[in-house]
Design a protein around this ligand. Structure first.
Ligand SMILES: *Cc1c(COP(=O)(O)O)cnc(C)c1O
Length: 377
C-alpha cells in the first residue's frame, strides 16, 4: 500500500455489525463479561477501548511499527515512555528539545533521579562523548523546535545499537507521512498528535509506536498502570485527522516552499531556518531521511521589538502556540513556547528575542505572502 492509500485504508476501518464506514465512538468505561474473568477483549477502558484501539492500530501501521499506544497528550506519551527507565538510568537528549520535554526532564523526572545529558545530537561525536555506564537511551527530536536542527536518525541508531541503548525519536514535526524513524533503526517513535496528526487545532493527544513485541508489552503495561490514556472522542478525531494527513502535508509543503522563497529575498529577514534550504546545515541529512521538509519555518527580524510589530500586524497568521494545523500560526518562541527555558540557556541555543516561528497552514500561499509582506513593511 502506498502512503496516501495507507492514510485511508490502514488500521481498523469501519464496523462489521452495521457496515458503518467510520469506526464508532465507543463512549464506554466498562464491558459486560460472559462469566467472571471471561471478557470479549475489553474489560475496562483505561486498559483498552475499541475506538482507541483502532487509532493505535492505524498509527502503528503508519509508522511501520509493531504496536501503537494513545495518550492524553504528547507530554503524557513522553512521560509514559520515560517510565520505561529506572532511577539512576541516564538518557541523552537533543539539546533544543521541545520546552515541555525539557521541563519534564529537569523539573519532574530529576526528582526521581532519572539522569540526563543534553547535547547537540546533530553531532554524532558529541552523542558518543555523552554516553556513560548508566546510559540507557538516546532521545532525539528532529527537526527541532524552533531552529529546525536535524539529527541523522540512522547514525543515532548505529550508536545506540553499538552501546545497547534504546533510540527514541519525537517525530511530531515530520509526521509518518514524511519520516518513519523505525525504518531508520529507532526503537520508539512518539508524537504530539495535537499537531499535524490531529491537524485542526481541536484535540490534545499523544501517540507512541514501538518496534518490538517486548516493548509493546512494556508500554501497554505502563499505559494501563499510569493511566494517561486518550478518550474515545479524541481518538476518533485523530483518526479523522489522519485521513487527510497526506493531503495536508503536501499542501503545507507547497505553501512552505513559496513562503520561504519570499522570505529569502526579503531585506528585513537576514536569517531563515528551514531544512529545505540548501544552506541549512541539516539539509543533506533531512533530504536523505525524510520525503518532505515540513511546514515549520523560523526567521530572525533582528530584535524583539521588530518581531512584536510583525506579530501584531499579520491577519492570516494566528498568534498562538502550537503548530501543525490547517490554519497558519505565528509565535515568538522567546516569549511563548520557550519562555520556560532560562534566558541564558535560550541564548546558548540561539533562540534570540527577534526569532519568529511560523507554522504554515493550507490557506492560499499568495494571501499568506501578502500578509507577511505587509507586516514586514
Ligand atoms: C507539542 C509538542 C510536544 C508536547 O505535546 P502536547 O500534546 O502539547 O502535550 C512534544 N514534542 C513536540 C515536538 C511538540 O511540538
Amino acid at each position: 500500500m502506498r502512503a496516501k492509500t495507507k492514510m485511508i485504508h490502514s488500521g481498523i476501518t469501519g464496523e462489521k455489525q452495521t457496515g458503518a464506514v467510520s469506526v464508532p465512538i465507543y463512549q464506554v468505561s466498562t464491558y459486560k463479561q460472559d462469566s467472571a474473568g471471561n471478557h470479549r477483549g475489553y474489560e475496562y477502558s483505561r486498559t483498552g477501548n475499541p475506538t482507541r484501539h483502532a487509532l493505535e492500530t492505524v498509527i502503528a501501521e503508519l509508522e511501520n511499527g509493531k504496536a501503537g499506544a494513545a495518550f492524553g497528550s504528547g507530554m503524557a506519551a513522553i512521560t509514559s515512555v520515560m517510565m520505561l527507565f529506572d532511577s539512576e538510568d541516564h538518557i541523552i537528549m537533543t539539546d533544543d528539545v521541545y520546552g515541555g520535554s525539557y521541563r519534564l526532564i529537569t523539573k519532574v523526572l530529576n526528582r526521581l533521579k532519572l539522569e540526563h545529558t543534553f547535547t547537540d545530537t546533530s553531532s554524532p561525536a558529541s552523542v558518543e562523548t555523552a554516553i556513560n555506564e548508566h546510559t540507557k537511551a538516546i532521545y532525539v527530536e528532529t527537526p527541532t523546535n524552533p531552529l529546525l536542527k536535524i539529527t541523522d536518525i540512522q547514525k543515532m541508531s548505529e550508536i545506540a545499537k553499538k552501546h545497547g541503548l534504546l533510540l527514541i525519536v519525537d517525530n511530531t514535526f515530520a509526521t509518518p507521512y514524511w519520516q518513519r524513524p523505525l525504518e531508520l533503526g529507532a526503537d520508539i517513535v512518539l508524537h504530539s498528535a495535537t499537531k499535524y496528526i490531529g491537524g485542526h487545532s481541536d484535540v490534545v493527544a499523544g501517540l507512541v509506536v514501538v518496534n518490538t513485541e517486548e516493548l509493546a508489552q512494556e508500554i501497554y503495561f505502563i499505559q494501563n498502570a499510569v493511566g494517561a490514556v486518550l478518550g474515545p472522542q479524541d481518538s476518533w478525531l485523530l483518526m479523522r485527522g489522519i485521513k487527510t494527513l497526506a493531503l495536508r502535508m503536501e499542501a503545507i509543503e507547497a505553501n512552505t516552499r513559496k513562503i520561504v522563497s519570499f522570505l529569502e529575498s526579503h531585506e528585513k529577514v537576514p536569517t531563515i531556518y528551514y531544512p529545505g534550504l540548501e544552506s541549512h546545515p541539516g539539509h543533506e541529512v533531512a533530504s536523505k531521511q525524510a520525503a518532505g521538509f515540513g511546514g515549520m519555518v523560523s526567521f530572525d527580524v533582528g530584535s524583539g521589538k521588530a518581531a512584536e510589530k510583525v506579530l501584531a500586524a499579520v491577519n492570516y497568521f494566528t498568534l498562538a502556540e502550537s503548530l501543525g494545523a490547517v490554519e497558519s500560526l505565528i509565535s515568538l518562541p522567546a516569549k511563548m513556547t520557550h519562555a520556560s527555558i532560562p534566558a541564558a540557556r535560550r541564548k546558548e541555543l540561539g533562540i534570540t528575542d527577534g526569532l519568529i516561528r511560523i507554522s504554515i497552514g493550507i490557506e492560499d500561499a499568495e494571501d499568506l505572502i501578502e500578509d507577511l509582506e505587509a507586516a514586514l513593511a
